[in-house]
Design a protein around this ligand. Structure first.
Ligand code: 3PG
Length: 398
């Protein structure tokens, strides 16, 4: 069956020809015939399997034998390799990949699926909600831990590092993990509620694995990886090295996902993250500060959650410019099997982090009980204050 890849293509050639060009470049051909090509390698040649003229789409089937099992870098070198730079193609965008059972099953997938994570924080019947410690960088470990404690006391299920905080001099990971877990344990004693801490272990491959082990040994309950900057192989190595759920940030994705006609959509990225063991992936907000196409967010969310071979489902994460006034607008699309996060939308609350977290929680309860924010805020002060500050609008609405 192979890997069937759907490409949007613009070129002076027919779609069929463009698809053939992609298939040959990425399998047994090049720009000219070569003397060295044996007759018996035809089974490795990628071929066009369908063409949709109306939407400029072509599906290329890459035979299974072209791939190694359990090797994402190699898959990407084939289906998302040289083809993007071919002068004969004006625009080309990889929109989706359908995996054969054999290749898909050769990957580990998430150790912790949606139900496993929901059970840890007791969120079986609702979405998880979390916060990104702000400012992104600059707080020392003790201060980071205090902010985490305040957020946990406000009821968040998840506290996370931001994508640019790793182990800089002002906040070494070995100090941060122990300080934060100590404060979260304290909060748990007071509330009885477990809070996850996605500690960012992003670094060179080996170092990321070492950091993930350190998090596990220090009593941490989640790790985080910036998958695009550190690579799918780092994500996989981390998820295989520790028995912890892995939160996945996608910083830098927009360099290739943002343009409609060229690059790679978030859909294949979501599938690859799931194959590599990610338990949660940022898939954008339907209403927030980051650019995102509604259709693509919906497809990415399904790629993470739908039944797929033997792999556990992963949680899509709505993040970026979210505040309590935008909770319903995002959850109406994401539903209860998701994570909704706010950084500025919690720590920017007029009464501080704890009240900011409470306001988010109140907005989620209002959404769940189908009560308007206006109505619910009449008896919920934290929410009322958040709405006073931000209203119900996003910085950018799509
Ligand atoms: C993220 O990691 O998604 C952003 O740092 C979110 O931060 P914000 O909620 O303040 O936009």
């Amino acid at each position: 069956m192979g890997l069937n890849c759907e490409y949007y293509v613009e070129s002076d050639m027919s779609l069929e020809k463009a698809g053939e060009t992609i298939g040959l470049e990425e399998s047994t051909g090049t720009w000219t015939e070569v003397e060295t090509k044996p007759n018996d390698i035809e089974y490795l040649t990628a071929k066009v399997s369908s063409v949709d003229e109306e939407n400029n789409l072509v599906v290329v089937e890459f035979p299974d034998e072209l791939f190694e099992e359990n090797n994402i870098p190699q898959i990407l070198s084939v289906v998302a390799g040289n083809l993007f730079g071919l002068s004969s193609l004006k625009n080309v965008r990889l929109k989706d990949i359908s995996f054969s059972e054999e290749i898909a099953k050769s990957f580990p997938g998430p150790r912790y699926g949606i139900n496993d994570i929901k059970k840890i924080v007791g969120a079986e019947n609702r979405p998880l909600f979390g916060t990104i410690i702000k400012p992104k960088v600059g707080l020392p470990p003790k201060k980071t831990a205090k902010v985490a404690y305040e957020a946990a006391m406000g009821g968040v299920d998840l506290v996370k590092d931001d994508e640019t905080l790793t182990s800089q001099e002002f906040n070494l990971i070995e100090d941060r993990i122990s300080e934060v877990m100590e404060e979260l344990d304290k909060a748990k004693e007071e509330t009885g509620h477990e809070t996850l801490y996605a500690c960012n272990v992003t670094a060179d491959n080996k170092e990321a694995v070492e950091r993930a082990k350190l998090v596990e040994e220090s009593g941490g309950n989640m790790v985080m990886v910036d998958v695009i900057t550190s690579g799918f192989s780092t994500l996989k190595a981390v998820s295989e090295a520790v028995d912890l759920p892995v939160h996945v940030h996608r910083a830098m994705h927009a360099a290739f996902t943002r343009k409609r006609k060229h690059g790679i959509s978030m859909v294949p990225v979501s599938k690859l993250v799931r194959l590599a063991g990610g338990s949660q992936l940022h898939t954008g907000s339907y209403h927030g500060k980051m650019h995102g196409e509604k259709k693509e967010i919906t497809k990415s969310k399904r790629a993470l959650r739908d039944e797929w071979f033997n792999h556990k489902p992963a949680l899509p994460v709505a993040s970026g410019g979210i505040h309590p006034g935008l909770v319903a607008k995002n959850l109406n699309y994401y539903g209860k099997n998701s994570v909704i996060q706010a950084g500025g939308g919690i720590h920017g609350h007029p009464d501080g982090t704890r009240e900011g977290a409470k306001a988010m929680k109140q907005a989620i309860i209002a959404w769940k009980e189908d009560i308007s924010l206006e109505e619910y805020s009449k008896n919920h002060r934290a929410l009322a204050k958040a709405l006073e500050r931000w209203g119900e609008r996003a910085e950018y609405d799509y």
